[in-house]
Design a protein around this ligand. Structure first.
Ligand code: GTP
Length: 200
């Protein structure tokens, strides 16, 4: 039995992850103001933000599986989302180079039937990311592409930033934006097989 899958995210990376995994979600971007959600721990904050995004979109659905997500890099106890500007990217990389951080991704699956949210399933996947040491020239070239400004942590695992990540310990997909293994388990807890959602 197939169900409508709605991705409550503007993230092109999250959409690409789901499509590459054979799913065909509709995209309904939530209008959640992320600054209003705070929590003492980064892992808690991404869980709350993911649930807030899923909830904002689920409230506008009759029957759908709604997925919301949020990613933050925890580095030296600080939560780092998207950089503010180019100088922020330089400053972050000056501190991150050669060190590691934890990329936390919260993802919420809301099961909506008959206009009511029947279930809320929120998980957080945390992955240790070990950074290389880009040279000043490499960093300026990376900065000039604009990519680091658009992503949490000012790096990508699957894009131009990949050469600056030495290794990860954990789920690579969750670094990009969504853990597909966790999504499979979330769907399983609703009695659904992820293979049932593959594009026909
Ligand atoms: N391609 C790629 N994107 C990444 C990576 N790390 C973080 N991101 C992106 O950085 C963004 C994190 O910001 P979020 O606030 O979670 O999501 P968003 O892009 O603002 O979109 P919403 O879900 O609508 O809030 C997401 O789009 C992630 O996909 C990575 O390694 N690769």
């Amino acid at each position: 039995m197939s169900r409508r899958l709605v991705l409550a995210s503007a993230s092109p990376a999250r959409l690409a992850l789901l499509r590459q995994a054979g799913l065909a979600p509709e995209v309904v971007v939530s209008d959640v103001d992320e600054s209003v959600v705070t929590a003492p721990r980064v892992a808690e904050r991404v869980a709350l933000l993911a649930a807030a995004k899923a909830s904002a979109v689920a409230g506008r659905q009759d029957d759908a599986l709604v997925v919301g997500a949020d990613s933050l890099l925890e580095f030296r106890g600080q939560a780092m989302g998207k950089p503010a500007d180019a100088q922020d990217v330089r400053e972050r990389w000056r501190r991150m180079a050669g060190r590691s951080g934890v990329l936390h991704t919260g993802q919420a699956l809301f099961d909506v039937r008959g206009g009511a949210v029947e279930a809320r399933d929120v998980v957080v996947t945390s992955t240790v990311v070990h950074f290389a040491t880009p040279t000043a020239a490499e960093l300026e070239a990376y900065l000039a592409t604009g990519e680091p400004l658009a992503v949490a942590g000012a790096f990508t695992l699957d894009g131009l930033g990949a050469p600056f990540v030495r290794r990860v310990e954990g789920d690579p997909a969750s670094v990009v934006g969504l853990s597909l293994a966790a999504l499979r388990e979330q769907l399983g807890r609703r009695g659904l097989a992820i293979t049932d959602l593959w594009r026909r």
